[in-house]
Design a protein around this ligand. Structure first.
Ligand code: TYM
Length: 328
């Protein structure tokens, strides 16, 4: 049987180039080689307050985006986390195996809770990485295609799996991250930070209109504060985008111009914008067509949930027996 791959993405409204180049593009490639299970993680999304109708709409929107980006329901399993309750069941079992200190040391937790009073931070934010571990381990997945920002969460997943295996006997395989060349796409307007939905002006959405793409790339920061010989991070980021969408000869030309110090950033930006637009237009068009077919999307998600659930149920049975939760 081929290796099992699992990954997840939050339905938070905007799917940007960081999500695409760091993860989704790999999801699409991997579905041709492995047994791939992909999940829209709406339980993760509620670790920060969400409006119910917006969250529900974002799930459908994300499903349309993922299908438009190239996920093929005949080749992979695509489903919504809340349709497979075994994730949250396993999460509780794993919560009981995880030290609070380790959760408090997670960088993303520290970033998100920074400056907040402990009385106003939801425990879900702290326990979030355990749910992520449960997502992966419930399928006994071995490969997890994610962006670089998730590496610490994967380390925690490995720790939790080892702890479970040591306590209850060998159950989970070793989990490995699978990374693209663009595992960390930077914010266009603040290129020392990662591109993220929470920094306005930092991202280009996968379904963004051409004019807006041109404007945002034009405004991308290329200067660097640091007095260094190295390529400024904003320029390196533009090269990452160019490499992802343009033919090699175009990339080579700009690399040579950069080395010869004859590069004009306005031209580099124009090339990045035009190749981006060419690459994203078919995705945007497929997305718009899919948005007109919510019934088809629902059918894909419910079939995906059925497939995922079969595996999750069987594995949870085994896990519950090992832990002593089956008493008859
Ligand atoms: P999320 O929803 O924040 O992001 C989805 C994927 O996009 C990647 N990503 C990036 N990659 C490169 N550059 C960027 N600027 C960038 N921004 C985001 C993320 O690394 C991720 O792969 N905790 C996860 C969701 C999750 C999950 C899982 C992932 C829940 N359970 C199990 C894998 C396995 C998250 O919040 O991703």
């Amino acid at each position: 049987m081929s290796k099992r791959i699992f990954s997840g993405i939050q339905p938070t409204g905007i799917i940007h180039l960081g999500n695409y180049l760091g993860a989704i593009k790999n999801w699409v490639d991997l579905q041709y080689k492995y047994d791939c299970i992909y999940c829209i993680v709406n339980y993760h999304a509620i670790t920060i307050p969400q409006e119910a109708n917006i969250l529900a709409a974002n799930v459908m929107d994300l499903a349309a985006t993922l299908l438009a980006a190239g996920l093929d329901p005949e080749r992979c399993t695509l489903f919504v986390q809340s349709d497979v309750p075994e994730h949250t069941e396993l999460s509780w079992i794993l919560t009981c195996l995880t030290p609070v200190g380790q959760l408090e040391r997670m960088t993303q937790y520290k970033d998100k809770s920074q400056g907040q009073n402990a009385d106003s931070i939801g425990a879900g934010l702290l326990c979030y990485p355990i749910l992520m571990a449960a997502d992966i381990l419930i399928y006994k997945a071995e490969g997890v295609p994610v962006g670089q920002d998730q590496t610490q969460h994967l380390e925690l997943t490995r720790d939790i799996a080892r702890r479970f295996n040591n306590t209850y006997g060998e159950t989970f395989p070793e989990v490995e991250g699978i990374f693209t060349k663009a595992a960390k796409v930077m914010a266009l307007n603040e290129p020392t930070k990662k591109m993220s939905k929470s920094i306005p002006g930092s991202y280009i959405a996968l379904t963004e209109e051409p004019d807006s793409i041109r404007k945002k790339i034009k405004r991308a920061v290329t200067a660097s504060d640091a007095d260094s010989e190295q390529m400024p991070p904003g320029v390196a980021n533009l090269f990452t985008l160019l490499e992802s969408f343009a033919p090699q000869e175009v990339v080579d030309r700009f690399v040579q111009e950069y080395a010869a110090q004859t590069i004009r950033y306005a031209e580099l930006k124009e090339a990045v914008a035009e190749h981006l637009i060419a690459g994203l237009t078919p995705i945007r068009e497929r997305y718009q067509a899919l948005k007109e077919q919510p019934e088809q999307i629902k059918a894909i998600l419910s079939r995906g949930a059925e497939q995922a659930r079969k595996i999750a149920q069987a594995n949870l049975q085994e896990i519950k027996e090992k832990v002593g939760l089956k008493y008859y």
